[in-house]
Design a protein around this ligand. Structure first.
Ligand code: ATP
Length: 259
């Protein structure tokens, strides 16, 4: 089967303090992710996980290497051509509050991507927003609120609804539960598992917590100093006692979550 995402020999450099010694954040990274699959990028702080994610999202053009998505080389596209592909590859970030505008009501935050993409339908749009809130297990009445009136877990569900509004095929999840209270992490992870099963989504999952990776991902690529030092089945990772999420096999719906 052809992978949905194929990353080849990716390199990302940042200008260092000394111009002659740039920081090599990502050093020849290659991996693939198929539809319906979760690949975790794990590794210590500073190993290059977020830089890899930013390069896959083309938020930052890699210095070299290729990003292929659904048979097209994204790294070869100019910005207008990329705009047409971007809805299919959506990010979910770590900070649930920081990724939402504090001024926008929740329903407008979810509608915003559709408006920006010129896909907002004033007749069908409100029902679509209500459907997305329901999909992520939130009461439609929360649509009237602003982010500061929601819990962290609710906000992260809104971030997921906002990503789903674009009908994506790949979500780049950059530490999506790390900022959440341990008691609500499992609910959000289970929601992501349910959505993947239902919609066939592919996930590139950035996470430093081995226990979460082990239970949530199918495969893991471990980064160190910008290089992949190991790829394995996520189940083969040595379990870590803290921060465990429920295993994929016990995934339940995230419906009507209030946390
Ligand atoms: N904007 C930047 N300018 C200069 N160096 C950077 C920049 N962003 C990241 N780096 C460096 O690149 C390397 C990889 O950082 P990156 O944030 O990708 O790692 P990470 O594994 O995601 O870390 P964390 O888990 O702490 O977020 C680190 O050495 C970091 O200091």
């Amino acid at each position: 089967m052809t992978p949905l995402l194929h990353v080849r020999d990716l390199t990302v450099r940042y200008p260092g303090r000394n111009r002659r010694s740039p920081v090599l954040a990502v050093d020849g990274v290659s991996f693939e992710v198929s539809a319906g699959e979760t690949l975790a990028l794990a590794g210590a702080s500073g190993s290059g996980k977020s830089s890899t994610a930013a390069a896959v999202l083309l938020l930052r053009r890699p210095d070299s290497g290729e990003v292929w998505f659904d048979g097209r080389e994204l790294t070869a596209l100019d910005e207008p051509a990329l705009r047409a592909v971007r809805p299919a590859v959506q990010p979910v970030f770590q900070d649930p509050y920081g990724s939402l505008s504090p001024r926008l009501r929740i329903r407008d935050a979810i509608a915003e991507p559709l408006r920006v993409q010129g896909r907002w339908d004033p007749v069908a749009g409100p029902a679509r927003v209500a459907e997305l809130l329901d999909t992520v297990g939130l009461d439609a009445r929360l649509g009237d609120r602003r982010p500061h009136e929601l819990s962290g877990g609710q906000c992260q569900r809104v971030g997921i609804a906002r990503a789903l509004a674009s009908d994506p095929r790949l979500l780049v999840l950059d530490e999506p539960v790390s900022a959440l209270d341990p008691s609500v992490r499992a609910g959000v992870l289970n929601l992501l598992v349910e959505l993947q099963d239902r919609l066939g989504l592919a996930y590139l999952f950035i996470c430093h917590d081995t226990a979460v990776v082990r239970h949530f991902a199918h495969r893991v690529a471990v980064l160190s100093d910008g290089r992949i030092i190991r790829t394995a089945s996520a189940r083969s990772l040595h379990p870590h006692p803290s921060g465990a999420a429920r295993p994929r096999t016990t995934a339940t719906t995230g419906k009507a979550a209030t946390t």
